[in-house]
Design a protein around this ligand. Structure first.
Ligand code: 5GP
Length: 188
């Protein structure tokens, strides 16, 4: 049962979301990062139970059968991601609000279910070219997965108007402050 509020952030891969989310968590003690489950392999430095709960596809499918997810999706080819009911409850039990960092479909699915207690925010990179530059700079993608991420970003952009708030991440400090005020206004 939902007992608190939910902040849902969506942003195309490479839009600078991870840095923004990190800053927000430092500034807003009322927020706690909602750790998603996924089946992709951890990137260097990522930790199970901190960045994601990493599962095999078999384990993930068992969780689907047990109705453990509020939403789940195959975000990229063969890669499943989902928000566990137990994760939101864990955070509400701390007296905090989960900061859910998920893709467009997941964001809209959660906010449809929890309209009154959720706020959806879309983080937009200044342009697709800038997004491509950031992804190339990050160096974690193959040529194929880079193109897949850019195609998805273009598609996601068309959904931005369905979000409660759009924040353009051109200047990190400005975007962080803008996000913080939207979130605090909703939570407090
Ligand atoms: P990455 O592999 O770069 O960590 O994440 C890939 C995409 O999956 C991002 O757009 C991220 O927001 C999305 N994602 C992460 N967790 C979830 C989740 O629990 N559900 C859904 N639907 N998408 C998620």
């Amino acid at each position: 049962m939902a007992t608190g509020k939910i902040i849902i952030i969506t942003a195309p891969s490479g839009s600078g979301k991870t840095t923004l989310v990190k800053r927000l968590l430092e500034r807003c003690p009322q927020l706690e990062f909602s750790i998603s489950a996924c089946t992709r392999t951890p990137r260097p430095g990522e930790v199970h139970g901190k960045d994601y709960y990493y599962y095999t596809e078999t384990e993930f499918k068992k969780l689907i059968d047990e109705d453990a997810f509020i939403e789940w999706e195959m975000v990229y080819t063969g890669k499943y991601y989902g928000t566990l009911r137990t994760e939101l409850q864990r955070i509400w039990n701390l007296g905090k609000s989960p900061l859910v960092d998920i893709d467009v479909q997941g964001a809209l699915a959660i906010s449809d279910k929890y309209r009154k207690i959720s706020r959806t925010i879309f983080i937009q990179a200044p342009s697709i070219e800038e997004l491509r530059n950031r992804l190339v700079f990050r160096g974690t993608e193959t040529e194929h997965s880079l193109e897949e991420r850019i195609d998805k970003a273009k598609l996601e952009l068309t959904f931005a108007p369905r979000f409660d708030k759009i924040v353009i991440n051109e200047d990190l400090a400005i975007a962080t402050t803008e996000l913080q005020s939207v979130i605090e206004e909703f939570i407090n």
